[in-house]
Write a protein that binds this ligand. Structure first.
Ligand code: NAD
Length: 511
């Protein structure tokens, strides 16, 4: 596949670097600012201003980070799991103490509302809570006497140096899906956060350092494709966790696995919310609107398509349109909060607007038009948009829009709606709003998606369950979060043993 490079570079210093927030790498326990070379602008999407620049790490920087992680590995592996977990108990307390500061930083570089940022950080903390309990999940298995006088046991051991590459849309939560699990399992780690939102990851890493993690166990590098390729191909990297768009997820999976590394790569999505004629109008409207427009639609689990079945259209569509039109869009980096913030960059906003235009040209009806919000200041604003009469095959039906746009597809009955959705290449989330247990049960059984909601708009699974994309929403075998996350970051060692100390007549003596 041809993966495209992130295009927007800036030259260090040209934006008045004195005013920029530092964006250091963290290698071997040292925070260092990298000089020279073009970096990547980090914006405050509410104002459009550049607030920092992420350096473009070269293969040499990556090598230094991987070597630091490799050097720290033997000592960290030998650290008892309960002691490893104890660092994360302290980390959890520091995250709580610094909660609001993290929330503000998250909102400033990402643009989501403070309430949404609180959700982002809270979900991340839940991963740390999960990681604190990992010692119980590291327990092995034994069969005594698998053959006469012979015992067999399987123990879990860490892999070595693991890597995380993360997207822009959950600056706190997504990196925390990865490294707390990897590190409590006994691995060391190199994180490459999104070059669009590196600051929250840095702030969180400073707390992990404060919690007492030994030098080199956790490292951060920054950059785009060059940096990622150096991580993917480094011989000392054993496993790669990736979250991002589908083409890049596929590229990461193919490149990593061809070098015999473990890879778990979450990709993009198109998620469908079914509205049955018997659905409660108020609750289902709220569920769809929050699911479609929360975080300005920049969620891999966004309810980006409402599948309106039969007579449901009569009541629910006007309610959806009213709710969408009532959403106030505006800057999020101040005390007075709007309902919805900006999208991540100006280019992304333009792309979403182009997709709305393409939908219109291909026959969709614009019931609510968010393009008017574009005038609001220099921020990257776009209002809530609803496209009705979207049909399979249209550009807006095929592509992940990743913005505040809700497609409406009208279907005659549950059966044809399930058939239509099961033709989608993606398989992240799908929900149904209904009062019928029969319809809900049939939906749950037949729908092709790894995370299913019943009267829930965004059925994103929580830390204790796998984040369970299927098909083009996931490349790999073991998902992030929960028990599967622990399995991904560990390998089994099976030992078969026999002791020749039995006397004459022992019941264990060979027959
Ligand atoms: P992206 O794929 O552009 O970037 C993700 C990461 O890959 C970043 O760290 C980026 O630097 C790196 N990258 C980008 N281009 C690359 C290239 N050519 N080669 C190597 N590395 C490259 O994704 P994004 O725009 O940051 O995030 C949005 C996407 O992430 C959406 O598609 C969304 O659905 C997806 N996402 C999925 C999940 C999930 O769990 N399935 C969760 C969150 C986001």
């Amino acid at each position: 596949m041809s993966a495209t490079l992130p295009t927007e570079h800036i030259t260090r210093g040209t934006n008045g670097s004195a005013a920029l927030e530092p964006c250091p790498v963290f290698i071997g326990g040292e925070w260092q600012e990298i000089d020279g070379g073009p970096g990547f602008p980090v914006h405050n999407p509410s104002t459009g201003e550049v607030i920092a620049e992420a350096p473009a790490c070269s293969a040499e920087h990556v090598n230094a980070a991987v070597e630091a992680a490799a050097a720290a590995y033997p000592g960290w592996w030998e650290t008892p799991p309960v002691e490893r977990a104890r660092v994360f108990f302290r980390f959890k307390m520091l995250l709580e103490e610094n909660f609001e500061e993290l929330v503000r930083c998250n909102t400033r570089e990402h643009g989501k509302t403070l309430i949404e940022s609180r959700g982002d950080v809270r979900r991340g903390i839940e991963m740390v809570e999960f990681a604190c309990g990992i010692p119980s999940l590291l327990m092995g298995e034994t069969i005594e006497n698998i053959a006469r006088g012979i015992d067999c046991e399987a123990i879990r051991q860490p892999l070595g140096v693991c890597v995380g590459i993360t997207p822009f849309n959950f600056p706190a939560m997504v990196p925390l899906w990865m490294y707390p699990v990897a590190i409590v399992c006994g691995n060391t780690f190199v994180l490459k956060p999104s070059e669009k939102v590196p600051l929250t990851a840095i702030k969180i890493a400073r707390l992990l350092e404060q919690a007492g993690l030994p030098k080199g166990v956790f490292n951060i590098v920054h950059g785009g494709r060059e940096c990622v390729d150096a991580l993917l191909t480094h011989p000392k990297v054993r496993a790669i966790s990736f979250v991002g768009s589908t083409p890049i997820a596929k590229y990461i999976y193919e490149t990593g696995t061809s070098r015999n590394k473990r890879v778990q790569a979450n990709g993009g999505a198109k998620n469908f919310v079914f509205l049955m004629p018997d659905a409660d109008v108020e609750n289902s409207t709220r569920g769809v609107v929050e699911g479609a427009f929360g975080c300005a639609g920049e969620r891999c689990m966004a309810s980006s398509t409402a599948v309106v079945i039969g007579a449901a259209a009569t009541e629910v569509l006007p309610a959806l349109v009213n709710a969408a039109r009532a959403i106030k869009v505006g800057p999020t980096d101040r005390d007075e909060q709007p309902n919805m913030g900006p999208v991540i960059t100006r280019q992304h906003r333009d792309r979403v607007m182009e997709l709305i235009g393409a939908g219109e040209k291909e026959g969709a009806k614009v019931l609510a038009d968010g393009r008017g919000a574009v005038k609001t200041g220099d921020g990257f604003f776009l209002g809530a948009t609803i496209l009705d009469e979207v049909r399979s095959g249209m550009t807006v039906a095929n592509e992940e829009i990743f913005g505040p746009v809700l497609n409406v597809m009208r279907m005659e009955d549950l059966d044809s709606a399930i058939e239509m959705v099961n033709g989608s290449p993606f398989g992240n989330g799908a929900s149904i709003f209904t009062r019928s247990g029969k319809a809900a049960r049939e939906f749950k059984h037949r729908i092709k998606a790894g995370m299913v909601g019943i009267n829930i708009g965004v059925p994103a699974s929580m830390a204790w369950f796998p984040f369970n994309g299927w098909d083009d929403s996931f490349f790999g075998d073991l998902h992030m979060q929960g028990r599967e996350g622990v399995q991904f970051f560990t390998q089994l060692k099976v030992t078969t043993s026999r002791w020749f100390s039995y006397g004459e007549g022992s019941i264990w003596a060979e027959k």
